[in-house]
Design a protein around this ligand. Structure first.
Ligand SMILES: [Zn+2]
Length: 246
């Protein structure tokens, strides 16, 4: 084997090792707070239990809460590496929202999906400023659509191919500061004036020193049975947990 080929082989193996560690070991001993609630149609407890049991399989320490009042608990918040929130609509007290924004800006990760992160607290614009987008409509309700990866080089999307699903296709008001990892295109069947519009589906964002991950996929539990959807979600969670930028 020539020297150049040998070096390429070693580099290739090293990249696979570090990627495997990212997938399998990065959540060990991390403290994850899952806060759920809001509109029951999105089955917040079902999602919280599903992601919670997956995190426990990764040897993370999981705390579940059904109240945003936990954001005011300084002891818990100071020991938290990542917050996963799944609260559709509902409301949050101003001091709770401020406490959440404070810890994320100081480096606690924040992750979530669908309405649980992207349609929470509709009257709280500072919260929306942190998330990077706000749901406004899913034209046509449940329909068939495709999710297109914008990059396969990112640790979250690596190796994932474009895929199709039958669910709500979220139309969101978007913050230009987000890093878009996947998109979908509206065909205009329901609202003709949005034909061809490319909409972010999965993104990351930096808020202060914190990492924010969002996926608009996840209307119902069956959506997470699609391997690509679950892979994007869990990789996004692992990415956001590596917050606290040095
Ligand atoms: Zn929904």
């Amino acid at each position: 084997m020539k020297k150049k080929q040998f070096v390429s082989l070693i580099l290739c193996l090293l990249s696979q090792v570090s990627f495997a560690q990212f997938e399998n070991g990065s959540l060990e001993s991390k403290n994850v707070l899952i806060v759920y609630g809001g509109w029951k149609g999105h089955q917040p407890k079902v999602f919280a239990d599903k992601i919670g049991s997956w995190l426990e399989q990764q040897n993370a320490n999981v705390t579940l809460s059904s109240s945003t009042a936990i954001y005011l608990d300084e002891k818990i918040m100071s020991n938290t590496d990542l917050i996963i929130q799944h609260i559709t609509m509902s409301t949050i007290k101003a001091e709770e929202s401020k406490a959440l924004q404070k810890v994320v800006s100081r480096g606690v990760g924040l992750a979530g999906c669908h309405g649980g992160l992207g349609d929470a607290f509709r009257d709280d614009t500072e919260y929306q400023y942190m998330i990077g987008g706000q749901f406004v409509k899913h034209p046509g309700g449940q329909l068939d659509y495709t999710v297109n990866m914008t990059t396969t080089e990112n640790v979250i999307t690596k190796g994932i191919k474009d895929f199709s699903l039958h669910s709500e296709q979220y139309y969101l008001h978007i913050d230009p500061a987000i890093n878009v990892l996947a998109t979908t295109v509206f065909n205009g069947d329901n609202d003709s004036w949005i034909e061809g519009i490319k909409m972010p589906v999965v993104w990351t964002k930096i808020y202060g020193k914190g990492r924010v991950f969002y996926s608009s996929l996840g209307h119902s539990a069956d959506v997470f049975e699609i391997p690509e959807v679950w892979q994007l979600m869990t990789r996004g969670v692992a990415w956001a947990t590596k917050s606290k930028i040095q």
